[in-house]
Ligand binder design. Sequence first.
Ligand code: ADP
Ligand code: MG
Length: 378
Amino acid sequence: MSDAFDVPRLEDLVAAFGGSLEGRRILVRTDFNVPLRDGVISDDLRIRAALPTLKWLQDQGATVAAASHLGRPKGVPDQAFSMDPVRDRLAELAPGVDLLENLRFNAGETANDAGFVAELVEGFDGYVNEAFGASHRSHASVVGPCLTLPSVAGRLVEKEVEILGAMRSKPKRPFVAVLGGSKVSDKIGVIEAMAETVDQLIVGGAMCFTFFKAMGHSVGKSLCEDEQIDTAKRLLDSGAPILLPSDVTALGPDGADVRQMGRSLPDGWTGFDIGPGSAAEFGDAVMDARMVFWNGPMGMFEDPRFAGGTRAIAQAMADTYAFTVVGGGDSAAAIAEFGLAADVDHVSTGGGASLELLENGDLPGLEALRAAAARLAR
Ligand code: ADP
Ligand code: MG
């Protein structure tokens, strides 16, 4: 894969049609995978986030249809995952924009089936990818239309590529990555990629216990992935600038006793957060950085007894002069819950996609856009 962080943009679509989108029918792959509670949208941020692109296209005279997946239907129509609530909200926010039915009502979507791609693009003249959070998947609606239609990135995708691309190719130093969350196996690729570029790699969350075990500490009942211990050892031995917590907040065997401990936990105890000493130390590293990427909570922040570490990182992200980016669904939820989301420079709309872009320097959905642009240029 190439390491180019340029993608064709909306202006290139206008150029592809000789300077005007008047009367053109444009298919926009959006990420309208919104949270629903009893069939009611509890947060419409993802719909509002796509409005600049949708309205821009309409203002250029295009007829616009959006398409998205919602939840995880199993490749067949399922009323529980109907787009109806999204369609109603979209009609209020962007009148005139059509919305196709849930893409995952067809098994051809995740299978990237050529027949389903043909169905999707039928009747359209151009394609816009505005679903950054789906761009790491080679699904029909992400890569398929690029094979035949003039295809470009929408405003959200363009911004993600620009910001994450700059982090990867021209980081401001000191560049600090703060990685947490539950599983080393989910994040190992990005840990390894980051270890080569950052000045400091902070590892918190449940992931730190796999590293502790690799160092010979006892981890009690804490989440630990034994099959990742060798990888953790290799990383520790590689001389990568890894910073691990020096203290841990742990829950006792009775499920009520909460104590501060060092790196070794007694039998029956579970580490659910980094300790206050580590929270302060990690916070200082964020304050002293010029660029910070944060993915993954430092503890089980959903429980207020174990939210302290994550809150400290969120606060430092908000306070530091560094350029700050948050990626990851749970990390983004945490910083929003603390009321600090507006104080960081960028909250990525794609969890897995942002990690993969930092790791590989490219995504299937972005590659497909560039391939389409190259074809058009010939
Ligand atoms: P993100 O969505 O930001 O990428 P992850 O999905 O990797 O983050 O991880 C988030 C989850 O990790 C949260 O639900 C949190 O409760 C959990 N977690 C963090 N630290 C611990 C821990 N020490 N023990 C158990 N779960 C943890
Ligand atoms: Mg998550």
